[in-house]
Design a protein around this ligand. Structure first.
Ligand code: CMP
Length: 140
């Protein structure tokens, strides 16, 4: 089924100037970028986006990292988009990510892991609304 998912290119990958390379992977896999914006997250925004992780020991480091520089946020649309994006990203910990995945190729650590992607349909709906509440999307 055609799905939508939220993708974030994190500060480490933006700083490395690999936005274009990552976008090519999405496009080559049939994931269309139907909305996008660059944003420097405030603490409140980073904490709000990752609210479900509030009690985790890595929460503070995660929030500090996500505020450390601009991020590129996009909505991807395509067949089976949520799982397909997670396949392209590879495992959360780049040391465990399969060869040829975005995290294997561009990520440095479990915090600086290059990309985020929604992990379920429920999360995708919530995360898209968080970043694109009134934004026009452009399916094609
Ligand atoms: P992300 O998919 O953006 O969702 C939460 C982030 O927390 C995750 O990617 C990692 O970058 C970061 N993180 C740091 N430590 C851990 C951990 N032990 N388990 C899961 N995520 C972690």
């Amino acid at each position: 089924a055609i799905e939508r998912t939220l993708s974030i290119i994190k500060p480490d990958a933006v700083a490395k100037d690999v936005i274009g390379q990552i976008y090519s992977r999405f496009e080559n896999a049939g994931l269309k970028i139907i909305a996008a914006r660059m944003v420097k997250l405030s603490r409140a925004e980073a904490e709000g986006f990752y609210a479900e992780h509030r009690e985790r020991p890595f929460f503070k480091d995660l929030v500090d990292f996500m505020m450390s520089g601009p991020v590129m946020v996009q909505v991807l649309e395509g067949d089976n988009a949520i799982a397909k994006n997670r396949e392209l990203m590879g495992a959360t910990n780049p040391k465990e990510a399969d060869k040829g995945t975005i995290r294997a190729d561009f990520a440095d650590s479990i915090d600086a892991n290059a990309v985020h992607g929604s992990d379920s349909a429920t999360a995708a709906t919530k995360e898209i609304a968080f970043f694109f509440p009134e934004t026009q999307t452009y399916s094609r």
